[in-house]
Design a protein around this ligand. Structure first.
Ligand SMILES: [Ca+2]
Ligand SMILES: [Ca+2]
Ligand SMILES: [Ca+2]
Ligand SMILES: [Ca+2]
Length: 336
């Protein structure tokens, strides 16, 4: 409501109100988080309010715009920090008041629902611009975007994104790297102390007691053979599976020094969480009852939409098998 009133004041102060009377309508969506759905002909970002009054606000936009939708119907966050597109015939903001409760699946139905009835409707005119600001929401001290069991603050993260810790120097900072020491044993498997191995001062497994925890140690048993090479040919990405002595993997056994050199790396792909802030500049709502009434906002904050568990591919710098050109070639082959 505060935003709406501010918008009205701005309109009164800075623009000539020659479009008719201004009516204060409830636009109170402050407690609603935005939702998204993809319908047969359009995409809709919307909020529904069933408290006090039955109302909705929705941004409808065509399927051919700058926002892409994946096969599961989720918005793919744009690569750019900000994208914008104009409000026009197929891109519009609609505010409605209804005669009864609005169901959660009201939008994006193939067959439009017969109830509730719309008793008041405001639709955006032309001239407005949709602004979408995208940012990660897993860039906080206590997030764990690589899901290795360590929070960002334990992996050398900082809010400036400068001088980030990258233990294995593969170009992927530790807070996004699920194998921090690049030894092909995931960090999540190197923290736990399944045997009665020694631990370092922070309680993390430190098999060779050199003070470097296994998840940051590329030679866990300190036998001079890198963990990633204590494997069998054909099973290069699984050091844990290579056991020539009973019950203990060679990479944790100082007595076993069989070595097989290779250039295989485990997948470093992760998923990340994004927040999309939706703003409308120069939004002009026109009441759809022929009265000519309108409301103008210089900047209307529609709200925030989150997009979670979005695929985030990563390639270790040393890995010859997943460079960008390789991926493009593979894509072309699949399509051809
Ligand atoms: Ca790294
Ligand atoms: Ca990590
Ligand atoms: Ca590791
Ligand atoms: Ca070793």
């Amino acid at each position: 409501m505060r935003r709406l009133l501010l918008g009205i004041f701005i309109s009164l102060l800075f623009s000539a109100c020659d479009d008719g009377d201004i009516i204060v309508t409830s636009f109170d969506f402050e407690d609603s988080s935005l939702k998204f759905c993809s319908g047969p002909n359009k995409n809709v970002i919307y909020a529904i309010n069933n408290n006090d009054v039955y109302e909705s606000i929705s941004l409808e936009f065509s399927n051919n715009n700058q926002l892409d939708v994946d096969e599961d119907g989720n918005i793919i966050p744009p690569d750019e920090d900000q994208v914008s597109f104009p409000l026009s015939g197929s891109n519009r903001v609609v505010y409605r008041i209804y005669d009864s409760e609005v169901p959660n699946d009201y939008f994006c139905n193939v067959v439009p629902p017969s109830s509730p009835d719309v008793i008041e409707e405001w639709v955006s005119g032309t001239g407005g611009t949709v602004i979408i600001n995208t940012d990660f929401i897993d860039e906080t001290a206590t997030s764990d975007p690589d899901r290795d069991g360590l929070e960002n603050r334990e992996e050398g993260w900082n809010s400036l994104g400068e001088d980030l810790q990258d233990t294995d120097e593969d170009g992927i900072p530790d807070y996004l790297d699920k194998d921090d020491d690049g030894d092909n044993v995931p960090t999540s498997n190197e923290l736990a102390n399944s045997a009665n191995d020694p631990v370092n001062e922070n309680g993390y497994r430190d098999t060779d007691e050199d003070g470097i925890p296994n998840y940051l140690d590329n030679d866990d048993d300190n036998d001079g053979v890198l963990t990633r090479f204590e494997v069998e040919e054909g099973d290069e990405d699984n050091p844990a599976a290579f056991q020539t002595a009973q019950g203990i993997s060679n990479y944790l056994n100082q007595e076993q020094t069989a070595e097989f050199q290779h250039e295989v790396y485990i997948s470093h792909d992760i998923t990340r969480n994004y927040g999309l802030q939706i703003l409308i500049n120069n939004l002009k709502f026109e009441k759809q009852d022929g009265s000519g009434e309108s409301i103008q906002f210089e900047t209307y904050n529609l709200g925030n939409l989150s997009s979670n568990s979005v695929d985030f591919p990563q390639c270790p710098g040393q890995d010859p098998d997943c460079s960008d050109t390789e991926e493009e070639e593979e894509t072309t082959e699949t399509e051809g």
